[in-house]
Design a protein around this ligand. Sequence first.
Ligand code: SAH
Length: 424
Amino acid sequence: MLRFITGGKYFSSGNEPAENNPVTPMLRHLIYKIKSTGPITVAEYMKEVLTNPAKGYYVYRDMLGEQGDFITSPEISQIFGELLGIWFISEWMATGKSTAFQLVELGPGRGTLVGDILRVFTQLGSVLKNCDISVHLVEVSQKLSEIQALTLTEEKVPLERNAGSPVYMKGVTKSGIPISWYRHLHDVPKGYSFYLAHEFFDVLPVHKFQKTPQGWREVFIDIDPQVSDKLRFVLAPSATPAEAFIQHDETRDHVEVCPDAGVIIEELSQRIALTGGAALVADYGHDGTKTDTFRGFCGHKLHDVLIAPGTADLTADVDFSYLRRMAQGKVASLGPIKQHTFLKNMGIDVRLKVLLDKSNEPSVRQQLLQGYDMLMNPKKMGERFNFFALLPHERLEGGRHQRNARQSKPFASLVAGFSELAWQ
Ligand code: SAH
């Protein structure tokens, strides 16, 4: 076995007293694994803890909402999903109103976001009336897929289930649209699609590296020899393969790399380059500047990532500069731009006013205003969350549909959200 170097001083874990470190079934599983094959990478740890098919945090629980571990924008306000629905319609119109499209969501949580988007599609039925829409959800969690089906599907049409198939569930939404579930993006049919990933990339496994006098060394997770049933961070004694994902001119002394995010962005880019459409990614993250962002959340509080694994969400900020690099050459990218700028450009103020004017109920009005503040306030989600889009090159170069009318405008002004929304 390799001799690992203790790396505890670099990271915010390891100070919890033993009584706060319950031996969860996941901890037992990881200890067994490390005892048999040696320390594991942070990526392997995240993957096991979050999506292990038998015990993973995401697989058998509903962690969203006030009673759960964290809350997301679509759960805070219906306006969030409505504006994203308008973004997709705006892109659909700008690219020639194709006769069919797929709406594909990666990691749909409770299905609230896609539900709000579909409501907008119904409200704008006269615009979309000749368009064949289908919904495709990529979800690894059995529990959440059941909740999504309950939220989105028409009860009277029984769900078709086939656990062994890449399409493990099929049904019809409340508005009569076919809906299917997959575990992997590559199983979703190729075709003109709009892709959505909200708070999805931040749960993908990251490898962590520390710069040392000997060069980059990967952070691993090992059993603490001093305390029974406790994990600790250590540094690998020599170079490891994931180092290939670090930029040659990297100046930070600690980095997180997420190869899985790269694979998904490449797949999205290839699909969009081939068939058209767009992808909208929204998440917290940075543009290649942050260092140690790996953290846990339990009951809306920060949680030591190595304590009671399987009971808390694990997450790392998305590196948008990496996503952009992976898309380069295949499709164009826009952003990242701050959530408050994107939502403002999409007309959140007008939408809020319409909803406030419609409601006489003080509690509903208060809820709308609180939701707006949470999404928009720079100290809350307004600045922490970013929007990023992938689009076919022709879309930004002034393709067939823009060429005549708007050839002289700078490209960003063609895309809603990334500049002020201008309905034609
Ligand atoms: N988008 C939702 C939920 C975010 S939580 C919202 O904003 O409310 C992350 C979601 O991604 C959950 O639905 C989780 O089950 C799913 N997920 C996590 N890892 C995944 C993976 N590797 N493949 C597909 N879905 C995954």
